[in-house]
Design a protein. Sequence first.
Length: 135
Amino acid sequence: MSSVPPSLSLACTLCSERISLDDSGRDVLGGVVMASTGQILMKKGALRGRSRSLLLSFLDPFTVVGYTLMLGSTVVSTIALKVLPLHLTVALLPLGYIVVVILSVTVLHERMRRHHILGMLLILAGVAIFNVGTM
């Protein structure tokens, strides 16, 4: 357990212990959302840049913002990792895959297929199995 000031209390749904988090817990979730959003924006920029040169594709505003969000999520997540228990971090980071699928469906209008749903269920099962030992 880390020495984090308890300004936010999060009842872990996958384990029986109660973990006190400060802004770092929100930072990890924020980092997950930032990375997921960055991936969607990079995809959108890549789709817009199909007929352009590679350099112009990299300079597309969607791509630039996407890479900026990815860099920001790395910085935020690294800072949060300093103070959070590893098992909590490992439980939160895979949620990014689920967020990407949801954003792909809502923003890019891609179809969610059976294997996407199965993959999300496997991720959630993996997180639950990983945290069984912390109960």
